[in-house]
Design a protein around this ligand. Structure first.
Ligand SMILES: Nc1ncnc2c1ncn2[C@@H]1O[C@H](COP(=O)(O)OP(=O)(O)O)[C@@H](O)[C@H]1O
Ligand SMILES: [Mg+2]
Length: 269
């Protein structure tokens, strides 16, 4: 069964790209086929996935917009034959504003007959709620929110949940929140433990287990353009286990009936 997951947060630097490539690595390790679509003009996941020189990017796909056109932009990654990428480029930033009411559906349309070829499709979103994120939400089955255990985490999660709720009642009736992944957690920091508890209290059904710890291996593997699952260090093994559990949580969220997922809560508005 194929599942398409949008990885989002309205804040930059919280780990959207790291969670995207971490999940891609978990799929790689299981020998599952995965397509990473880099929806961020900063192109960080494109870089981490060691993509060969290419001429066609997501920017061209969205400019074209024909059904199925995304397949023309797919390139292999440096990670192996089952990990493919639709790369990003700076010019993608020009596609972050709506040109017409239907422009949020362009990515979904371009993926017609394409997404089903993969076990997992991951959409790495930019840190805003612009047209690129709306395109990702329109194309996804599940929306995975990423946050850090900080002061702004609650508000950020709440805004992201509201965006998912809006998308799921307008551009994509099939969209569901997959949950909130808390990233870069330092278990020995009281502040982090406090913020994780705060998030769990606010969203008891949405905070995913386990949280992702902060480990240098994440940055080392990204710098070397390899999956963290292939990085030889104790920290990388911890991260590997965390993403392994996270991919299981995602797959089971996808197979659960619609009603089992709690919709965006409103108690903090
Ligand atoms: N769990 C982690 N442990 C250590 N460093 C991390 C972790 N998650 C992310 N980072 C680092 O934090 C920075 C921002 O992460 P990134 O995934 O690029 O965020 P975003 O995509 O949300 O902007 C990057 O340098 C990344 O390597
Ligand atoms: Mg990013």
């Amino acid at each position: 069964m194929s599942v398409t997951v949008a990885v989002l947060s309205l804040k930059g630097g919280v780990g959207k790209s790291s969670v995207t490539v971490g999940l891609a690595g978990a799929a790689w390790q299981r020998d599952r086929s995965v397509l990473v679509i880099d929806c961020d003009p900063q192109a960080n996941s494109t870089l981490c996935l060691d993509v060969p020189p290419h001429t066609f990017t997501l920017s061209d796909v969205l400019a074209d917009g024909r059904p199925g056109i995304a397949s023309e932009a797919i390139v292999p990654s440096g990670w192996g034959p089952r990990v493919h990428v639709i790369p990003s480029e700076e010019a993608l930033a020009h596609r972050d504003t709506a040109t017409m009411p239907s422009s949020a559906a362009r990515l979904r349309l371009s993926l017609t007959g394409v997404a089903d070829r993969y076990d997992l499709v991951l959409l790495d979103c930019p840190p805003s709620l612009g047209e690129l994120t709306r395109n990702a939400l329109a194309a996804a089955d599940l929306a995975l929110i990423v946050t850090e255990p900080g002061f702004f985490a609650l508000r950020g999660a709440q805004q992201a949940l509201r965006a998912i709720e809006v998308a799921s009642t307008s551009i994509n009736l099939g969209l569901r929140p997959a949950g909130i992944v808390v990233n870069r957690v330092r278990a020995n920091l009281t502040e982090h433990t406090y913020r994780v508890d705060e998030l769990r209290q606010a969203y008891p059904n949405l905070i995913l287990d386990p949280v992702i710890p902060e480990r240098t291996a994440v940055q080392q593997a990204q710098g070397a353009c390899v999956p963290v699952q292939a990085w030889p260090s104790p920290g990388a093994r911890e991260i590997t286990e965390a993403f392994d559990d996270l991919i299981d949580a995602l797959l089971s969220a996808h197979s659960r009936p619609q009603t089992a997922i709690i919709p965006a809560t409103r108690e903090h508005s």
